[in-house]
Design a protein. Sequence first.
Length: 277
Amino acid sequence: MKSEEEPETSVWPRKTWTFLSEVRRRSPLIQCITNFVSMDLMANTLLSAGASPAMIHSSDEIPDFTPHVHALCINIGTLSGDWFPAMKLAAELSSKLGKPWVLDPVAVGASRFRLNACLELLKLKPAVIRGNGSEIIALSKASMESTKGVDSSHESIDALESAKALAEATGAIVAVSGAIDIVTDGKRVVGANNGVAMMQRITATGCSVTALIAAFVSVDQLHALEATASALSVFGVAGEMGMSNANGPASLRMHMIDSLYGLDEASVLSRVNITSL
Ligand SMILES: Nc1ncnc2c1ncn2[C@@H]1O[C@H](COP(=O)(O)OP(=O)(O)O)[C@@H](O)[C@H]1O
Ligand SMILES: Cc1ncsc1CCOP(=O)(O)O
Ligand SMILES: [Mg+2]
């Protein structure tokens, strides 16, 4: 069968397996400037996927360190005034050196401080922006929307038009996580349909999948939309497989990491569920 005749349902799983295999083969170095809550799960997510995390955020070392990374993840979850210059410096350097960087606008609608910080970071050209429904709506409208802090009060699908508008305005790939993970470049829209609802009950799963997106994009910058959808799907598959041994959020966290580490080709090919929307 010619590839253009292959059904989408089999093309995406193979693409996703290629991304995961490349991350495992190359073990990209991912710099994470992230919140205190997420550091542990994010680093363990990257390690179990085969990437190499480094939580390095001091402005004093960014000029030496950032030129050596394969991608950068910036997360404003516990933003404070003294961390913001380091975020800008690292993003600026990454963009200048042609390295992809990914923004996680945690709770962007919760304060003017967060919103202004994200609007400044958007000028430094992130390759991908990943947030939950409420975060993407707030950022796209540049407004302090009703928010439950770091959690979403919207379904991902509610943020579809906002995601497209944000992608058009910034040139970034925009991903909205939720029951369906939506990924768009402003025109094309795909949905990753993996995962389990209990993943929302573990803090920092959103942050961690954003870092995983950075790892996937680092191995194929020219296909950032495909890399983003694949990372979201792989994380969701790890959640689904982990769920079969879990009793609640704490054990899901452990089994999810184990499942990500052990994910094999057969499971990826049979479970990855990405479709055009
Ligand atoms: N209802 C759901 N069903 C399946 N997976 C979900 C559901 N809600 C969230 N997830 C998954 O949980 C992870 C975190 O997403 P989310 O909770 O939306 O992010 P955040 O922590 O930033 O609010 C993502 O991988 C997402 O796909
Ligand atoms: C609870 C909390 N408070 C500030 S950052 C953070 C972690 C949020 O992680 P996620 O957005 O991935 O759930
Ligand atoms: Mg969360």
